[in-house]
Design a protein around this ligand. Structure first.
Ligand SMILES: Nc1ncnc2c1ncn2[C@@H]1O[C@H](COP(=O)(O)OP(=O)(O)OP(=O)(O)O)[C@@H](O)[C@H]1O
Ligand SMILES: Nc1ccn([C@@H]2O[C@H](COP(=O)(O)O)[C@@H](O)[C@H]2O)c(=O)n1
Length: 309
């Protein structure tokens, strides 16, 4: 796997088409034409890609945004807009669970009872549905809406999917506004009644807020004020995602990422050639053992260690 990653680091990627508490939780680029490639880059690329496999698919890990907020804070509404403007696949944990009920699966009854009670479905079930949906979508940018709802969800995702999110978007909305929105939703949901809504709000406070706090401590949370009209909120969301896209051009359809050129000389050659900054592996500007270690063991170099010239 790390070999594929090494290859991806130096190869140009082709433009892609646009594309309350559960029982368990309660326990708490720019394209280089081949002929134009500078010699040094060519050599380096060969060095890495001679070992790299080609799977012909989306070998990049997807950019993952978790979208959190209380019930009725507008997560689903905003995710639809984000997906449409930024080409994300929108995976709603609640929708996946409701589809599972509708499919007549043997887990359906347990899921329905749990949703009616406003509690959280066992993480293994939800994470497996998300994992399958991610695999099916094969998207390079994924919004996971309404997940993780508790620490158990979060830990199960990290274990089963083997990833942390790139960013966590938190829609911050006052309770009375959320209740008003849910009571007016009119989509026939079994949990849009005042009794269940009160339970969901309690679960949000007791189980979901700690997850948001956890990701805050890791610098991943971007809080959005979720009051105002959906369009007003989306203005802020749009700004946020525009800046994320610029920061991590991962998955951007227009920009080809060219990253991972080790060595300041190569980075300068690339800069002159591409007339744009090139990401380098580390501040030492050498393909030193630390970078190799990071590549091999973690398959990806943390974005925080990338620098632009
Ligand atoms: N900014 C807004 N102002 C008023 N109503 C809104 C706003 N955003 C969404 N709504 C409405 O509020 C209701 C709940 O919105 P939405 O389904 O997006 O919330 P959610 O956070 O996904 O809820 P849940 O967690 O229950 O799925 C919907 O009827 C939606 O049309
Ligand atoms: N990670 C999750 C997400 C949702 N649920 C259950 O589904 C209900 C509805 O979810 P929405 O995101 O559509 O509001 C929610 O109240 C939970 O019962 C879950 O268990 N785990």
């Amino acid at each position: 796997m790390w070999r594929r990653r090494l290859g991806a680091l130096l190869l140009r990627s082709p433009p892609s088409s646009s594309s309350t508490a559960a029982s368990s939780c309660q326990h708490r680029r720019r394209h280089l034409l081949p002929s134009e490639e500078p010699l040094a880059v060519n050599r380096l690329a060969r060095l890495f890609t001679s070992q790299a496999g080609s799977d012909g698919g989306n070998s990049q890990k997807p950019f993952i945004a978790f979208v959190l907020g209380g019930p009725g804070s507008g997560k689903g509404t905003q995710c639809t807009k984000i997906a449409s403007d930024f080409g994300f696949a929108h995976l709603s944990a609640g929708d996946l669970l409701r589809h599972e009920i509708a499919s007549g699966s043997e887990k359906g009854e347990l899921i329905l009872d749990t949703i009616k009670e406003g509690r959280i479905v066992p993480s293994e079930i939800t994470v497996e549905l998300i994992r399958k949906a991610m695999e099916t979508s094969n998207a390079n940018k994924v919004l996971i809406d309404g997940f993780p709802r508790c620490e158990e969800n979060r830990i199960a995702f990290e274990r089963i999917v083997g990833r942390e999110p790139d960013v966590v978007v938190f829609f911050d909305c006052p309770e009375d506004e959320m209740v008003k929105r849910l009571l007016g939703r009119n989509q026939g949901r079994v949990d849009d009644n005042i009794e269940t809504i009160k339970k969901r709000l309690k679960v949000f406070e007791s189980l979901n807020i700690p997850v948001i706090d956890y990701y805050s401590s890791r610098g991943k949370v971007r809080k959005i004020n979720a009051t105002g009209t959906a369009d007003e909120i989306f203005d802020a969301v749009h700004k946020l995602f525009s800046s994320l896209r610029n920061l991590h051009s991962a998955g951007s359809d227009e920009d080809t990422i060219f990253q991972g050129i080790p060595g300041v000389c190569l980075a300068i050659i690339c800069y002159l050639f591409f007339l744009k900054p090139v990401l380098t592996l580390c501040r030492l500007n050498l393909l030193c053992s630390n970078c190799i270690y990071t590549l091999c063991l973690h398959e990806i170099i943390p974005r925080e260690t990338h620098i632009t010239l």
